[in-house]
Design a protein around this ligand. Structure first.
Ligand code: PGA
Length: 234
């Protein structure tokens, strides 16, 4: 697992966007795993700029999102479908039929593998160490499934809702095994609020169910991208 530290989240996000652009240039039908949350927004902004200024072609790209709230209509402005349309899909020439999310009655894991697997997976990390919505206690071999959100996740995500009571208590999430199968993984963590979990992650060097992101130690191609605020060495 490699760490790359950038001065700020702008520089870090530009690096990630450039990497995605390079990957699409090398493989126009890239299978791209995407994350939601505040962390990847700047990356999506830079990708939009790359589409406008450098003619990056998303026509044959397929995207696979990590998660989606259960019991929230996809038109709801807090759904992850809405988020992705707002920040990326409506701004580039992606074919909306090539964008996928976990949902009920859909064997997402089999579907991803049938499509050739994920080439590049973008991840955020929760303050409790979750990736996707794989909360502490998630098993290493977990598949895409319905998960109960922890109190800390509901609290952290309440900022996007009018009231904490409106945050769904369950979600569909890719499993840890699903994420692990991606060929290349980039995890982003920005800001002071991520410093503590990055410190915890650095303390261990093998998988611990308490910190689901620690599964990444066993993967052969993972880069953790931090800004200076999230870098616990400082
Ligand atoms: P954030 O969420 O980007 O809004 O901090 C990350 C996550 O919970 O995975």
């Amino acid at each position: 697992m490699k760490y790359k530290i950038f001065k700020n989240k702008e520089q870090a996000s530009k690096y990630v966007s450039d990497l995605i652009v390079k990957s699409i240039t090398q493989k126009p039908n890239l299978n791209l795993g995407l994350a939601t949350g505040s962390t990847p927004i700047l990356t999506y902004d830079f990708l939009t700029q790359a589409f406008e200024n450098e003619n990056v072609d998303f026509k044959n790209v397929k995207t696979f999102n990590l998660d989606e709230y259960k019991d929230l209509k996809i038109e709801n402005k807090n759904s992850y479908h809405f988020f992705m349309n707002k920040y990326l899909f409506s701004k580039v020439n992606i074919n909306i039929n090539n964008t996928f999310f976990p949902k009920s009655n859909f064997n997402y894991d089999e579907f991803i593998q049938k499509n050739g697997g994920i080439d590049l997976q973008i991840l955020g990390i929760g303050q409790n160490g979750h990736i996707g919505f794989n909360e502490p206690g998630s098993k290493k071999n977990s598949k895409t499934r319905i998960v109960d959100l922890t109190k800390s996740t509901i609290k952290a995500n309440a900022k996007h809702f009018q009231d904490e009571s409106e945050v769904p208590i369950q979600a569909y999430s890719m499993g840890l095994e699903t994420i692990f199968k991606a060929k290349k993984i980039i995890l982003l963590a920005f800001g002071n609020s991520k410093k503590e979990i990055i410190k915890e992650l650095k303390k261990i060097d093998e998988f611990s169910e308490n910190i689901p992101a620690s599964i990444l130690y066993e993967h052969k191609d993972v880069t953790i991208i931090l800004d200076e605020e999230a870098n616990s060495d400082l």
